[in-house]
Design a protein around this ligand. Structure first.
Ligand SMILES: O=C(O)C1=C[C@@H](OP(=O)(O)O)[C@@H](O)[C@H](O)C1
Ligand SMILES: C=C(OP(=O)(O)O)C(=O)O
Length: 424
């Protein structure tokens, strides 16, 4: 698998004449898969993970753990069997984590548990994604760690132990910093308190997801107040774990359903997801009467989906609380405004960190030949494909970038009867 953008490749979508009706099983959750892979690696014994996502991001996490001596087998398309001594060994080479934010942030904290020096690096996009607050927090509990101008690569000189005491962390830029500290903290020499400094935190639901996964692997975590968690030094116990489907992946299917007036059975009800992006379903269901202002802070990965949907809404939509989108796989605020405006000038613009989508229901049925730049960002590719369900001439460049979290995306659309023309 490669993360290098393949500009020659493209997919042009033919608008659907009929409502999309059918069944699609979304892949397993990326967020949960990468949490439980790490937790299983930190537990002594064998853990069987089922329902897991197999995609670039989880392959990178699994490969890094294998490099550190963890046995990971893949008995089938959706399972990992993880066998570990409960410790991570220093790999003989830098860990390569591509543009997988979860792998980079979660492992950066976990590398304190390795005895020896480890470098964690990523691709050119990851090298622009901030990790400074996490590095500063780790240093505050005596971990020898350095970054590169606030971004990866990071070098950690671990002692095999995490330490104990209070760690303050600013989770404003990324909740993944908080999740990373919480997971490593259960392997501390004593109890650890993780406390938020700022009032803001990127989607809180991801921290809840972390705590739930930690508890499933035997950790004792107590939420002392809205900004503080206390983690006991229990370590982890190997367990079997079923990963629920990916809520962010589900957003494309929920949107495809309302855009085409169809019915897509995902085999799981929106209320049964524990991931923050499941909140998006209630918003998407209001189409074509989406709210005038949508706060994206608690469902960040769903915003590209809703922004493209908003282009077909009856009235304009302002997206607020999305400044963090500027430090994801690409600057998503910029990518969304640029690519929507490429479809039709004026369709979207930025005001500070807000995104305003002008909306034009009359776009549906038009032919507007447009090549959508995807910036190596799976969510830009997947969300703009939705525009192609209604507008003729939408071409998605570098369509394989969906492999970061949803390698079966194009097949899923084709399975629903969407006609895709591939340029290779
Ligand atoms: O913890 C997680 O699994 C994630 C947290 C979010 O990132 P930030 O915490 O960086 O906002 C989200 O965008 C990402 O896709 C997955
Ligand atoms: C932001 C994302 O990923 P990550 O931070 O895990 O790279 C995403 O999947 O939309």
């Amino acid at each position: 698998m490669t993360t290098v953008m393949d500009r020659a490749k493209a997919i042009t979508i033919t608008p659907t004449r009929a409502p999309l009706i059918g069944r699609v099983t979304p892949p397993g959750s990326k967020s949960i898969t990468n949490r439980v892979l790490l937790l299983a690696a930190l537990a002594k014994g064998t853990s069987r993970i089922t329902g897991a996502l197999k995609s670039l991001d989880t392959k990178l996490m699994a490969a890094a753990l294998r490099d550190m001596g963890v046995g990971i087998e893949e008995p089938d398309e959706t399972s990992f069997t993880v066998t570990s001594t409960g410790t991570l060994k220093a790999p003989g080479k830098p860990l390569y984590l591509g543009n997988a934010g979860t792998a980079m942030r979660f492992l950066t904290a976990a590398l304190a548990l390795v005895e020896g020096e480890v470098i964690a690096d990523g691709d050119e996009h990851m090298r622009k994604r901030p990790i400074g607050p996490l590095v500063t927090a780790l240093r505050s509990v005596g971990i020898a760690i350095s970054d590169t101008n606030g971004c990866p690569p990071v070098t950690v000189r671990g002692t095999g132990r995490f330490g104990a005491g209070r760690i303050e962390i600013d989770g404003g830029l990324s909740s993944q910093y908080v999740s990373a500290l919480l997971m490593a903290a259960a392997c501390g020499t004593g109890p650890v308190e993780v406390a938020l400094t700022g009032t803001e935190i990127g989607a809180r639901g991801y921290v809840d997801l972390t705590v739930a996964a930690m508890k499933a692997f035997g950790a004792r975590v107590e939420k002392l107040d809205e900004a503080t968690w206390r983690i006991e030094p229990t370590g982890y116990v190997a367990t079997d774990f079923y990963v629920e489907p990916d809520a962010s992946a589900a957003t494309y299917l929920w949107a495809a359903e309302v855009l085409t007036g169809g019915r897509i059975d995902l085999g799981v009800a929106p209320e049964d997801f524990t991931q923050p992006d499941a909140k998006a379903q209630a918003v998407i269901a209001q189409f074509p009467h989406l709210p005038a202002v949508i706060d994206g802070s608690q469902m960040q990965d769903a915003i590209p989906t809703i922004a493209v949907l908003a282009a077909f809404n009856e009235t304009p939509v302002r997206f607020v609380g999305i400044a963090n989108l500027r430090v994801k796989e690409c600057d998503r605020v910029r990518a969304l405004s640029t690519e929507l405006a490429r479809i039709r000038p004026g369709l979207a613009h930025e005001e500070g960190d807000d995104l305003i989508v002008s909306s034009d229901p009359a776009l549906a049925g038009q032919t507007l030949p447009t090549e959508i730049e995807t910036y190596s960002d799976h969510r830009i590719a997947m969300s703009f494909a939705l525009a192609g369900l209604k507008i003729a001439g939408i071409t998605i460049l570098d369509p394989d970038c969906v492999g970061k979290t949803y390698p079966g995306y194009w097949k899923a659309l084709a399975g629903l009867g969407v006609e895709l023309e591939e340029r290779t």
